[in-house]
Ligand binder design. Sequence first.
Ligand code: 4GX
Length: 222
Amino acid sequence: MKIDVLTLFPAMFAGPLDESIIMRARKAGLLELNIHQLRDWTQDRHKTVDDRPFGGGPGMLLKAEPLFAAVEGLRREPTKVILLSPAGRNFSQAIARELAEAQDLLLVTGHYEGFDERVRDALADDELSIGDYVLTNGALPAMVVIDAVTRLLPGVLGDDASSRDESFSHGLLEYPQYTRPAEFRGMKVPDVLVSGNHAEIEKWRREQAQLRTRQARPDLLT
Ligand code: 4GX
């Protein structure tokens, strides 16, 4: 998969995507990642990307011209153009799975008060939010999407982690887990887990996952 990102802050992307599983996927050629500076598509001396809203009001908007020039220059069919903004649909594991099937993604990250509405109308195939809180710009949301999608690409995770994932996708939280020592500062590992009785362990884990989900995330059960 190829993912292109349009941002005013390309330096923010150095680091998080240069480590661990994502970097391994990039080195293996499973993910081609290109970070682009939106200002490179401006025409004026000052490389202006923003302007004031018609009708007045606070703040600045990202101008249509550089965004249209950039998106039209970068996309090649079939590229999915995705805006990151608080007005998008809530990003989820289901959407990550959907995007992992796509050919190429072009992530367009907002700044200021948002985009000229014509960007949404004429360029965007989708608009995603990573949650109901306000960030300073769309770089972190773009990285969240890239991370969640990349780990689902075929070959990126080992078989172990992939099948473990399957069991999460039936919608329960993980059961409690422990590693050595069996007693730490007086806190003991539940007896059943050291009993060697695998049927009982299975049963305990199923119950604990249910219980934990009901207590912490009842919304997942509805
Ligand atoms: N999940 N932000 C985008 C600028 C903006 C404002 C309005 C479009 C419309 C965010 C989030 C998020 C802050 C990124 C505002 N763009 N993006 N930015 N939460 O808070 O995605």
